[in-house]
Design a protein around this ligand. Structure first.
Ligand code: PLP
Ligand code: COI
Length: 353
């Protein structure tokens, strides 16, 4: 694939790393690629970062025809920049595209686009501890008509944002409320796809939790509101009596790259890991009898986010005295160690730019 590059004539000043939040500052360029059902993918290009101009009837604005990904470029101690398991994001995006009737992208072209774009924006990858360059590939249906059907036109874009830590608390334990009204996803729905609509539908519960002093919600399944699914926009894991238990991928849970990587690390280190149904009653019992030893969310943005308190039907349970657990810390150190090139990558997960 031949990517046409138009350089930004007015590159911006790089931000002070101490001011980085999450996704507020963007780099000088963006990758764009257009698709039409007759032409296929065409005009791959890197252009100066700019606003988009779309027709007011564009499909995405009315029918939510949108999918996205999230991965990071990390600055290693030797100055080189690397990606973490980008092929997993590429494949998940194609799975999301299939679910939303958006076009498939050839894996090698997507990978090339990521690498060339990150290479061009390499200087935007910060080096302060915990910082990285967050990459946000996204695709949207862009027909200029109000008919409801699979689209004939789509745009694929990659933007990049230098980021610090996702939660303002950093690696400190967060308070989570178990949500027993709204659900994030249902069987047969789009839970396993990373589509914008899932996030729009989850905001009401998230807002309610925040108003009550919680960082996020713990989602229950959409059919019985009984089984634990995810926490906010992260997968969730519990250490119960020495075993790590995480909800199995049922179709309504996003198959996280961090989740998959943690399972691999745990298994390699000899931990017992169970991917299975975990009911909220079982969790409440484990919280009540003290067998719940640790709990954490996991995802690209926060990596590992310890849970210090869980609230269910107005009962508050403190996990591990509200402190980060030893295994949670170990997983954070191991994953971030591999991502930032401080720990040897024996899994072959990292891709140097
Ligand atoms: N679950 C949801 C709903 C998410 O949005 C994310 C974030 O991408 C994850 C889980 C974690 O996935 P990953 O580890 O691939 O970032
Ligand atoms: C994650 O990376 O864990 C996320 O959930 C990303 C979020 C901003 C959608």
């Amino acid at each position: 694939m031949d990517i046409k590059v138009t350089l930004n004539p007015n590159p911006a000043q790089k931000p002070d790393p101490s001011t980085l939040g999450f996704g507020k500052i963007f780099t000088d360029h963006m990758f764009m690629w257009s698709w039409n059902s007759e032409k296929g993918w065409y005009n791959p290009r890197i252009v100066p970062f700019q606003r988009l101009s779309i027709h007011p009837a564009s499909t995405v604005l009315h029918y939510g025809s949108e999918i996205f990904e999230g991965l990071k470029a990390y600055r290693r101690a030797d100055g080189k920049v690397q990606l973490f398991r980008p092929i997993e994001n590429i494949r998940r995006m194609n799975n999301s595209a299939e679910r939303l009737c958006l076009p498939q992208m050839p894996e090698e072209d997507f990978m090339q686009a990521l690498k060339e774009f990150v290479k061009l924006e390499e200087d935007w990858t910060p080096s302060a501890p915990g910082t990285s360059l967050y990459l946000r590939p996204f695709m949207f249906g862009n027909d200029e008509s109000l008919g409801v059907h699979a689209v004939h036109n789509a745009e694929f874009i990659i933007i990049a944002s230098p980021v610090g830590s996702y939660y303002k608390e950093g690696i400190n334990p967060v308070k989570i409320m178990i949500e027993d009204q709204d659900v994030r996803a249902v069987r047969g729905g789009t839970g396993y796809a990373k589509c914008g609509g899932n996030y729009a539908a989850s905001n009401r519960a998230g807002e309610r939790a925040e108003q009550q002093g919680y960082s996020q919600v713990l989602w229950l399944d959409g059919v019985e509101r009984k089984y634990i699914e995810e926490v906010g926009a992260m997968n969730v894991m519990f250490k119960i009596s020495g075993t790590v238990v995480t909800p199995m991928l049922s179709g309504s849970i996003l198959p996280g790259v961090t989740r998959k990587s943690i399972i691999d690390v745990l298994k390699k280190e000899g931990y017992k890991v169970e991917e299975r149904l975990l009911s909220v009653d079982e969790l409440a019992q484990a919280m009540a009898d003290g067998t719940l030893e640790e709990a954490w969310g996991c995802g690209t943005a926060a990596v590992v986010s310890p849970i210090g308190e869980l609230c269910y039907k107005e009962h508050k349970y403190i996990v591990n005295n509200g402190e980060i657990g030893a295994l949670t810390q170990h997983l954070y150190d191991t994953l971030t160690g591999i991502q930032w090139g401080k720990v040897e990558d024996t899994f072959g997960w990292t891709v140097e730019i």
